[in-house]
Design a protein around this ligand. Structure first.
Ligand code: NAD
Length: 263
């Protein structure tokens, strides 16, 4: 039987076919889930519509997570279309790219607020609306990065926001666990996406991961997708409050590999 047959879920953060959200959508669709998508801004609609159609979805709804009204409208629409909800994927992050290079110490107050709001708080705002729709329990997933745990070059304020996001996963898991709702994160390795291209020296960072992770390569969108399927399906029924690293093992490494070539 298909793992996600009869399950309905929302995927937030699809921008194009390179998005991590797309790898997750494909894995869930392959397991029989019914999907809805939210996207930010009219410009993205023309990219998201055809992708959604590829995975059998016509439910493509605008949502800017910086606006409570916009999140409310998204969940009102979902409620009227579906009534209930089984899972939600939050694959959203944003920071001023001028501050994703150079030093963390130079972070401005305005961009600190913006980055925290879009990249950390929005997951909580989404769960406020999603949880009441998960009457028979459910599962939620967000995306984080190793820069939350250790200093990574140029990740700066985004690392601070991801640390807050990971802490939110633990608090949300406790708050919602009694209603049978599980909340987890995947800490993904470096993948070339639109958001990642805003990070200074990202090509160098990807190469470093390729040469120094235990698997000696980067992960793929599909590998993140399959881990998401595990966490969102019955396979992960005993897992909540977890940050699962899907990073070719990079997070266990203490120093440059002896055989790593110079970059
Ligand atoms: P992406 O650019 O494809 O996706 C980022 C998405 O965030 C876009 O769809 C964008 O529209 C959305 N977004 C930004 N601001 C928004 C707002 N105000 N309202 C609604 N949506 C908004 O890039 P991605 O790499 O697939 O990013 C998805 C998630 O994965 C992010 O949280 C990112 O930090 C995380 N992540 C990425 C990597 C990587 O190497 N690419 C590694 C670990 C974690």
């Amino acid at each position: 039987m298909e793992l996600m047959a009869g399950k309905r879920g929302l995927i937030m953060g699809l921008a194009n076919d390179k998005s991590i959200a797309w790898g997750i959508a494909r894995a869930l669709h392959g397991a029989g889930a019914e999907l809805a998508f939210s996207y930010q801004g009219e410009q993205l609609k023309k990219r998201v519509d055809p992708l959604a159609a590829q995975v059998g979805s016509q439910l493509v709804i605008p949502c800017d997570v910086a606006e409570d009204d916009s999140i409310d409208a998204l969940f009102e629409r979902l409620k009227s279309e579906w009534g209930g909800l089984d899972f939600v994927v939050h694959a959203i992050g944003f920071s001023d790219k001028n501050e994703l290079r150079g030093r963390y110490v130079d972070t401005s107050r305005a961009n600190f607020r913006l980055t925290m709001d879009i990249s950390a708080y929005s997951f909580t705002a989404v769960m406020q609306r999603a949880a009441p729709m998960m009457k028979e329990g459910g599962a939620a997933l967000t995306l984080t990065y190793y820069g939350a745990e250790k200093v990574m070059p140029h990740y700066n304020v985004m690392g601070v926001a991801k640390a807050a996001l990971e802490a939110s996963v633990r608090y949300l898991a406790e708050d919602l666990g009694r209603d049978g709702i599980r909340v987890n994160a995947i800490s993904a390795g470096t993948i070339k996406t639109l958001a990642a291209s805003g990070i200074g020296d990202f090509r160098y960072i990807m190469k470093w991961n390729e040469y120094n992770s235990p698997l000696r390569r980067n992960v793929t969108q599909d590998e993140v997708g399959r881990a998401a399927l595990f966490l969102l399906s019955e396979l992960g029924s005993g897992v909540t409050g977890e940050v699962l690293h899907v990073d070719a093992g990079y997070h266990v490494v203490g120093m440059k590999a002896i055989d790593a070539p110079d970059i």
